[in-house]
Design a protein around this ligand. Structure first.
Ligand SMILES: O=C[C@H](O)COP(=O)(O)O
Length: 264
């Protein structure tokens, strides 16, 4: 059994002070027993990583912090970039790679996503590899084939042990920030196809361990129907992670559906 993961991606929202306030508000209303059933991660902008983690550490709350992006090289003349080592030194345990906003707005390629994923694994952190089809692909092509090709590219060149440590987030581009969520059936179909691909490439044991998240307009009203799907192991949440009340409600919903005693 897989422990579900609720990951909040704050994107380019909340400065240091606002991020600290949100982290404190999360702590103030957090039921620690939820962490027996669900893993929780917040991904602030890079400048907020250490300050937010300090809040969680001070409150002795095992909420993890993750980064939204990374460069795959260890150091060098890469203005504006951060290395895996730098993120780890700030306390990051996970890094989002290949978010559709980075692919579409900053031209990130499948090859670069793979380089990032491998660098994150080599650092001992968890990569959250984002995949997902545009509306044009959903309506005019085979979305499963398209998304599975993205997964294949992201996981290229890694071994079974590394694959088992990966998290894959299925985020249909047309559902991100639009209020238009994939139906639970659509999300389940794609997440099952992703797991089947992992089983084909790395074996069924690995596929049973890999967490596959859904992302795209997840909110308090749709989390229950999504999280009960057999191949959806949590959510990558944008807008609803920016308020403590909605983020906590998602964690609570996820915890209430998950059995205790899963494998990590
Ligand atoms: O990384 C998160 C996703 O892009 C989802 O964002 P959203 O929940 O605001 O649609």
């Amino acid at each position: 059994m897989r422990i579900p993961l609720i990951a909040g991606n704050w994107k380019m929202n909340l400065g240091i002070a606002e991020g600290v306030v949100l982290s404190q508000n999360i702590c103030n209303n957090f039921d620690k027993s939820w962490l027996d059933r669900v893993d929780v991660l917040v991904c602030p902008p890079a400048i907020g990583l250490r300050p937010c983690l300090t809040v969680f550490e001070f409150e002795r709350l095992k909420v993890q912090v993750g980064a939204q992006n990374v460069h795959w090289q260890p150091q060098g003349a890469y203005t504006g970039e951060l290395s895996c080592d730098m993120l780890a030194s700030a306390g990051c345990t996970a890094v989002i790679v290949g978010h559709s906003e980075r692919r579409n707005l900053f031209g990130e390629t499948n090859e670069q996503v793979n380089l990032k994923l491998r660098a994150v694994l080599a650092q001992g952190m968890t990569p959250i590899a984002c995949v997902g089809e545009s509306l044009a692909v959903r309506e005019g092509h085979d979305p499963v084939e398209y998304v599975c090709a993205q997964v294949d590219a992201a996981l290229a060149g890694i071994d079974e042990a590394e694959a088992a440590r990966c998290v894959i987030a299925y985020e249909p581009v047309w559902a991100i920030g639009t209020g238009r969520t994939a139906t639970p059936e659509q999300a389940q179909q794609m997440c099952a196809a992703i797991r089947a691909l992992v089983a084909d490439r790395f074996g069924s044991d690995v596929a049973e361990q890999v967490r596959v998240l859904y992302g795209g307009s997840v909110n308090v009203g749709n989390i229950d129907a999504l999280i009960v799907q057999p191949d959806i192991d949590g959510a990558l949440v944008g807008g609803a992670s920016l308020e403590a009340s909605s983020f906590l409600a998602l964690i609570k919903a996820c915890a209430s559906h998950a059995g205790a005693g899963g494998t990590r």
